[in-house]
Ligand binder design. Structure first.
Ligand SMILES: NC(=O)c1ccc[n+]([C@@H]2O[C@H](COP(=O)([O-])OP(=O)(O)OC[C@H]3O[C@@H](n4cnc5c(N)ncnc54)[C@H](OP(=O)(O)O)[C@@H]3O)[C@@H](O)[C@H]2O)c1
Length: 290
């Protein structure tokens, strides 16, 4: 018999997953509860399955409980679930936050639930997310043996890559994934503005940025950052970096510090690779700051 999942907090992330589970015919979408009835109704319509619930206590029995609330509401939702239900023994309860591990769900352990934190490492925002889009998405999962056994098929049924971890430093982990995803986009946005200021038509700037990001990703996947990085810093071309800083100082003075911090990161990599002699390193340190 097909298993059933209830969702407390069915927004962008949980709603996207529910739609994928529906497409994969992986699990029955049971009851759905958001903070307001209107929002629960919108979530059910959006997913195309499930039943609006009025409270946690009124929700039907389920094999899985997904707490898909925003990060700061997870503990509250877990506490409410633990106090409102007596039938959680043997069920798997999980959240989707990268920032938290199992501690956010702690009160549920006393009710006999098996707990997990499953972090799909991609932005889950768009309505048209397909199984093809989700295929291969890293899903970093931590939980009790039984929870992991129960939840793994849910994740792999929609093409997620199941990546178990144990006792990781959540702050550091989340900082790393946030920086890859958000900072890449923010830096691309900023660099595109610099190109437009330099005189490139905006459509040309968009093409240059997208093509460059694309080939950069290909290089990165093929041989990794350490191996594939190129450019003036690793070549030891101090005069080019000086010219970049001058151009930015006259057009975008507030961005000089951004450039310095990022170029220093490239320098750190070049130093680790042993690319540069001491004189070149000292010149870069003078230009970019200690
Ligand atoms: N979106 C992503 O790209 C993404 C990717 C990976 C992981 N995640 C993780 O997924 C989780 C949800 O993120 P999201 O982006 O989907 O957030 P979201 O779009 O803001 O959705 C949160 C949902 O939770 C509901 N909610 C909040 N507090 C609640 C409570 N106490 N009881 C019941 N429902 C409650 C909200 O309902 P109302 O509308 O009624 O307020 C809303 O529908 C977070 O832990 C996040 O870190 C998100």
């Amino acid at each position: 018999m097909k298993k059933r999942i209830n969702i407390v907090g069915c927004g962008r992330a949980a709603g996207s997953l529910a739609r994928l589970w529906l497409q994969a015919d992986a699990v029955l979408i049971g009851d759905v509860l958001n903070r307001s009835g209107q929002s629960s109704q919108a979530a059910v319509s959006h997913v195309g399955a499930g039943t609006v619930a009025e409270s946690i206590a009124s929700m039907g029995r389920a094999d899985y409980w997904l707490i898909g609330t925003s990060d700061h509401q997870i503990e509250h939702a877990a506490h409410t679930l633990a106090t409102a239900r007596q039938d959680l023994g043997g069920t798997a309860v999980f959240h989707l936050a990268g920032r938290f591990g199992l501690e956010a769900l702690a009160p549920l352990a006393e009710q006999g639930a098996d707990l997990a934190a499953v972090h799909p490492v991609r932005s889950l925002t768009h309505d048209s997310l397909s199984l093809e889009d989700f295929e291969g998405t890293a899903c970093v999962a931590e939980g009790s043996d039984r929870a992991m056994k129960l939840i793994e098929p849910l994740v792999t049924s929609i093409g997620g890559a199941w990546l178990p971890v144990k006792g990781i430093d959540r702050g550091l982990y989340h900082a790393s994934v946030a920086i890859i995803s958000n900072i890449t986009k923010a830096i691309a946005w900023k660099a595109q503005k610099w190109q437009e200021k330099a005189g490139l038509p905006s459509s040309t700037a968009a093409t240059v940025t997208h093509q460059l990001l694309h080939s950069t990703m290909e290089d990165l996947f093929r041989s990794g950052a350490r191996q594939s990085i190129t450019g003036p810093v690793v070549r030891g071309d101090t005069s080019t970096i000086e010219a970049h800083l001058e151009a930015l100082a006259s057009t975008h003075p507030d961005d000089v510090e951004v450039y310095r911090v990022l170029a220093k990161t490239v320098l750190e990599l070049a130093r680790e690779r042993g690319d540069l002699d001491q004189e070149t390193l000292s010149r870069f340190e003078f230009l970019l700051g200690p």
